[in-house]
Design a protein around this ligand. Sequence first.
Ligand SMILES: Cc1cc2nc3c(=O)[nH]c(=O)nc-3n(C[C@H](O)[C@H](O)[C@H](O)COP(=O)(O)OP(=O)(O)OC[C@H]3O[C@@H](n4cnc5c(N)ncnc54)[C@H](O)[C@@H]3O)c2cc1C
Length: 286
Amino acid sequence: MRDFVYFEPKTISEAASLLARYKDEAKVIAGGTDLLVDMKHDRLQPKYLINIKAIPGLDYINFDSEGLRIGALATIRALEKSAELQQKYPIISQTAHHFGSIAIRNVATIGGNLCHAVPSADTAPGLIGLSASARIMGNDGDRVVPLDYFFTGSGKTVLKTGELLVEIQVPPMPANTRGVYLKYAIRSKSDLPVVGVAVVATMEPKQGLCRDIKIALGNVAPTPIRACFAEEVIRGQQVTPALIEKCAQAAADEAHPRPGSIRASPEYKKAMVKVFTRKALEEVLA
Ligand SMILES: Cc1cc2nc3c(=O)[nH]c(=O)nc-3n(C[C@H](O)[C@H](O)[C@H](O)COP(=O)(O)OP(=O)(O)OC[C@H]3O[C@@H](n4cnc5c(N)ncnc54)[C@H](O)[C@@H]3O)c2cc1C
């Protein structure tokens, strides 16, 4: 690992100023579970490391009438253990429960998971399914970007030089809404997913009708993606096994995994998208 100059800013604006000053030569570090691996393997050699973990009050999980707000420094373990989150947004705590090992979850942050922006990031599909947004701050002020538009490529986000992700905002879940994130991993659920499927659906319970649905897929494209055509198959319809099958096939058709992945061939990933979308739909629409 190369030498670097280390900073521990105490405010967001101090961190943003450092990022603006050192530009591409600087990197933010939060839990370090992605960044330090990249540095150790010489994939990244930042000259300046800006540790944001010392910024107080950025690790909250707050609930109000607007929904849920999660500070970028909230750890995956905190998301897993929050009783209120388990009750109000179980898809988030369940996702956290199957994320790496406890040692990793104790230090890995939600902000780091989203900003590292690998297509396999486990927190992304569920949050996209929940219509979450990212609050971004920099020297020029702050802006809120729907997570659907946050990822711009593998390892790339809308963050500009000098900007930080500070908060994830999640609207309230409408009545009769359920969500699930299923990940298919080779050895255990704690590994990075071969594919990940999140389904968040709102039902009209008496009529068995699916009022609204979002389906998000992980690790089948350069970024996490919505399966919008698959959603259209089932939105506003009476749910039947045949429709679930059609929807799962449509999700598989929307996946476009790159060839040459070390985990699985594109054909296998598409087949797994179909299997796991069907499972997720059956769980959520039951
Ligand atoms: C053994 C192991 C198992 C893992 N298992 C999983 C798994 O099951 N699922 C999964 O999805 N991931 C997994 N990961 C990957 C990693 O743990 C997560 O992506 C983690 O959430 C990253 O968070 P961090 O705080 O450690 O980020 P860091 O490593 O500190 O940062 C990651 C990137 O995000 C940037 N960054 C961090 N915070 C911000 C911010 N607030 N604003 C702007 N930029 C920021 C950094 O500059 C860096 O580029 C695993 C990693 C390891 C080593």
